[in-house]
Structure formats: structure tokens, C-alpha cells
Design a protein around this ligand. Structure first.
Ligand SMILES: *[C@@H]1O[C@H](CO)[C@@H](O)[C@H](O)[C@H]1NC(C)=O
Ligand SMILES: *[C@@H]1O[C@H](CO)[C@@H](O)[C@H](O)[C@H]1NC(C)=O
Ligand SMILES: *[C@@H]1O[C@H](CO)[C@@H](O)[C@H](O)[C@H]1NC(C)=O
Ligand SMILES: *[C@@H]1O[C@H](CO)[C@@H](O)[C@H](O)[C@H]1NC(C)=O
Length: 148
């Protein structure tokens, strides 16, 4: 239902720049799964997800290339799998966001990723094979994560 509604609002809006609907939907699902005590994600509404705080898009392609949520959330949920659908991400920083559990393998889909910061969280890396597809990676911070 929610998906249908989003699709509808997208279809009736004349977007001239940035923000693909599937990426916007993924970000909204992501927001839905976060507790947001500081209201940092209060700008996450409206059609142009490229204007949302912590989200940057490539001006030419319109894809989300940077997701920087900084610190100060008290979430204890796993990092949602659908983060892997933001395929053009180059920078992903969820440091200290309070996620816990297994690092989703779908992050291996983010083949454009250059910077991945998942530090200071109680994460578990259950296997490393999916890292091998992160060919563009220049900086990886998993400090705080456990290997199991
Ligand atoms: C993208 O466009 C915005 C607004 O027009 C501008 O502020 C920003 O510098 C541009 N970014 C790049 C990488 O060109
Ligand atoms: C990620 O965000 C945190 C908090 O804002 C910052 O301290 C850290 O330097 C960032 N990491 C990277 C790799 O940019
Ligand atoms: C999203 O949050 C709900 C509870 O708020 C939880 O049951 C669900 O497992 C979470 N999903 C993901 C993918 O983290
Ligand atoms: C992302 O990766 C998962 C698991 O690694 C895979 O099953 C899935 O098909 C991939 N999804 C996309 C959109 O590439």
C-alpha cells in the first residue's frame, strides 16, 4: 500500500532533477527503521530525496552517492538489507548510529563504494566474501565490529 502511494505521488510530480523513486523508497524505509530522538531525519520527506539532510546525489546522474548520518541515534536494529539497493553510493557513514547485529551482505552490492564507515557499533561480520565485490573501496572502518 505504502509503496503504491509513493509510486503515485512520484508519477504525478514533475521531477526535473535527482532522486529516483526506488532510492527514495529505500531511504524512507531506512528512516522508518530508525529511532530518531534528535529529529535529524525530520527533513526526510517530500519528493526530492537529494535535498534531505545527510543525503547527497550526483548532480549529473541523480543517484544517491553519499549517506552520512553521523552519530546520536539509539537504535538497536540491524542495518536494513535494502541499503544494498542504493547501488550508486560512494560514501556510506553509519558510524555510531547504534545499529547492531550482522552486517548485511547486500552492502557487497555497492560496487561504487569508496568509503564505508561502520565503526562504533555492535556489529558482527559473519563472512567476508561479499567484501570482494567492493572494488572501489579506499577506506573501511569496522572498528568495534566482531568477527564470528
Ligand atoms: C551540485 O549542485 C548543487 C546545487 O546546484 C551545488 O551546490 C553543488 O556544488 C553541486 N555538486 C557538484 C559535485 O557539482
Ligand atoms: C563518519 O561520521 C563520523 C561522525 O560524524 C565522523 O566522526 C567520521 O569521521 C566519519 N567517517 C568518515 C570515514 O568520514
Ligand atoms: C525494522 O524495525 C522493526 C521494528 O521497528 C523490526 O521488527 C524489523 O526487523 C526492522 N527491519 C530491519 C530490516 O531492520
Ligand atoms: C544484493 O546482494 C544480495 C546478497 O548478497 C543478493 O542476493 C541480491 O540479489 C543483490 N541485490 C541487488 C539489487 O543487486
Amino acid at each position: 500500500m505504502g509503496g503504491l502511494f509513493l509510486l503515485f505521488t512520484f508519477a504525478t510530480t514533475n521531477l526535473t532533477s535527482g532522486c529516483f523513486e526506488h532510492e527514495r523508497a529505500a531511504l524512507l524505509r531506512f528512516k522508518h527503521n530508525l529511532s530518531d530522538p534528535s529529529g535529524r531525519l525530520s527533513s526526510w520527506n517530500g519528493n526530492n530525496c537529494c535535498n534531505w539532510q545527510g543525503v547527497d546525489c550526483n548532480n549529473a546522474t541523480g543517484y544517491v552517492t553519499r549517506l552520512d548520518l553521523g552519530t546520536d541515534s539509539s537504535d538497536e536494529n540491524p542495518i536494513p538489507e535494502f541499503i544494498g539497493s542504493l547501488t550508486k553510493l560512494r560514501y556510506l557513514n553509519l558510524s555510531s548510529m547504534g545499529f547492531s547485529g550482522i552486517v548485511p551482505h547486500s552492502i557487497g552490492n555497492l560496487s561504487n563504494l569508496r568509503v564505508l564507515d561502520l565503526s562504533n557499533m555492535e556489529l558482527v561480520v559473519d563472512e567476508f566474501s561479499w567484501f570482494s565485490s567492493l572494488l572501489s573501496l579506499k577506506s573501511l572502518d569496522l572498528s568495534g565490529a566482531e568477527r564470528c
